[in-house]
Design a protein around this ligand. Structure first.
Ligand code: ADP
Length: 472
């Protein structure tokens, strides 16, 4: 994997460097060439003008010819150029002889007749000619005497500097490319390590998970996208581990819940077969076996119900439900159980409260909670059932004065098969599926469920439901 990321990162950073340097090289060379060309042109024009004024003085015979030659040579040297002066045909007589030493073939070679005509009209001409080895800049300025054009001065200068500069630039770019590539390789190496480590970790942990080992996790250091990915990966691994544990627990719990009644029933049947019981005992064991079968039946029903809710297979028949009426109906149904433990139901609501719910399912919810309250209440105590109304929802609460639930247990009681008192007598309770089903049913109604409880103080279970609205 390192190789893959490293190679790709290196290739892309090298490509970026190369493209940048090449573009920079072109830009620099263009800017430099145009700057140098215009500077050179300006200098040559200036030199031409200097020669013009020298020639003017000479033609007025203020300086000797030798002096002029020397001056022009000096200028030619200073401007690294070949200089020639060409007189106008008409003035040839007067000017030609005096300047003949300065005429050169270069002027005719590099300027067209059109160019020379332009100069003779008082304009400056400049051009660049490509020679086999070097570019040559040629400038021609008019030669004036007393404001009258009598000819022209031409200057030719090789553009060595541009050539030299472009060679220099190319060298510099080569050095920059090599240096940048070196730095890029080193940086890419560390970067690719940085990027690939969490990915490698994830791949390692993933293959461990695939083999059923959920112990590994990826170390998250950075706060960037990779860090976020590693974090989600860890979360996913955690969820998978949890799901796997739930699956194992689930099977273990079902096996446990089924094994006990089955071995009990098989023991009873065996006893009957062996004629080991007297008629009275036999009657007792058979009726206990029937109870066990009913319990198993209940357990299977609960499991099917859970699975149906979980897979969204139940369809809620939402309608206007009067909570007060429903609670009174449940209390009437549960009266025998209240009486059996001498429990006092107390009601804490006045008037009707209408909610949007499936009456059958909400009855199931309240039956479960009231059933638990009865189960856990000490004899002769009270169970209070109340309704509270808000702007948008109603809260039903059921308070008992039983043993209460420790804070650390409260978050687990909603898990399937969770029982606080594992040694509780079997006939005392279900398999720990009741609250799991209850919670799912409330949540299917878009309500929430919770418990407030302290050990020794009793428990208050509550759940909310959306209020029924007229307009609905
Ligand atoms: P069960 O069918 O075993 O009662 P539930 O899912 O209804 O299972 O409840 C889960 C566990 O929560 C119970 O085993 C019990 O320990 C605890 N519990 C539920 N209701 C109460 C209550 N009113 N008072 C004390 N503990 C309760």
């Amino acid at each position: 994997m390192i190789k893959g990321i490293f190679g790709r990162l290196l290739l892309s950073s090298l490509a970026v460097i190369l493209i940048t340097v090449i573009i920079l090289l072109f830009l620099l060379s263009y800017v430099y060439t145009s700057f140098y060309t215009s500077e050179k042109e300006k200098r040559l024009i200036k030199a031409g003008k200097e020669i013009n004024s020298l020639t003017e003085t000479y033609l007025e015979r203020n300086i000797p010819k030798k002096e002029l030659t020397k001056e022009i040579k000096g200028i030619a040297h200073r401007y690294n150029s070949e200089i020639s002066i060409f007189p106008v045909e008409a003035d040839k007589q007067q000017v030609n002889q005096s300047l003949e030493a300065f005429t050169s073939h270069l002027t005719e070679d590099y300027f067209t007749e059109q160019d020379i005509n332009k100069v003779l009209k008082g304009k400056t001409v400049s051009k660049i000619t490509s020679e086999p080895k070097i570019n040559l800049m040629s400038v021609a300025v008019p030669l004036t005497i007393n404001g009258k054009v009598v000819g022209g001065v031409s200057l030719h200068s090789p553009m060595y500097d541009v050539a030299a500069a472009s060679i220099q630039l190319r060298r510099l770019s080569a050095i920059v490319i090599i240096l940048a590539a070196l730095i890029a390789t080193i940086l890419t190496y560390f970067l690719s390590k940085y990027f690939s480590r969490p990915l490698q970790d994830m791949s390692r942990v993933a293959s461990k998970i695939a083999k059923g080992d959920f112990s590994g996790s990826v170390t998250v250091k950075s706060k960037d996208e990779l860090g976020a990915l590693a974090q989600s990966f860890n979360h996913m691994a955690g969820q998978l581990a949890k799901a796997e544990k739930m699956r194992k627990d689930f099977i273990a719990n079902i096996s446990h819940e089924l094994r006990t009644p089955i071995s009990f029933i098989s023991g009873v049947l065996q006893g009957i077969d062996d004629k080991a019981f007297n008629p009275q005992e036999e009657k007792k064991y058979v009726s206990l076996s029937i109870k066990e079968i009913e319990r198993v039946n209940g357990l299977i029903n609960d499991m099917l119900e859970l699975s149906r809710i979980e897979h969204g297979d139940i369809k809620l028949e939402l309608q206007k439900v009067d909570l007060q009426e429903l609670i009174l109906e449940i209390l009437a149904e549960k009266e025998p159980q209240f009486l059996k433990k001498d429990l006092r139901p107390e009601l804490n609501f006045t008037g009707k409260t209408y909610v949007l719910a499936d009456p059958y399912r909400i009855k199931q919810v309240i039956l479960n909670l009231v059933g638990n309250a009865i189960k856990f209440s000490p004899p002769k105590s009270a169970i209070i059932i109340g309704i509270k109304k808000d702007l948008s929802e109603a809260t039903v609460w059921i308070k008992d004065f039983g043993p209460g639930i420790a804070k650390e247990e409260q978050e687990y009681i909603w898990d399937r098969f969770y029982k606080i008192d594992k040694t509780r007598k079997r006939e005392e309770g279900g398999a720990g599926l009741g609250l799991a089903i209850t919670k799912m049913l409330v949540e299917a109604h878009k309500g929430s469920i919770g418990v407030k409880s302290e050990l020794g103080q009793g428990s208050t279970f509550y759940f909310t439901l959306p209020l029924w609205r007229n307009e609905k």
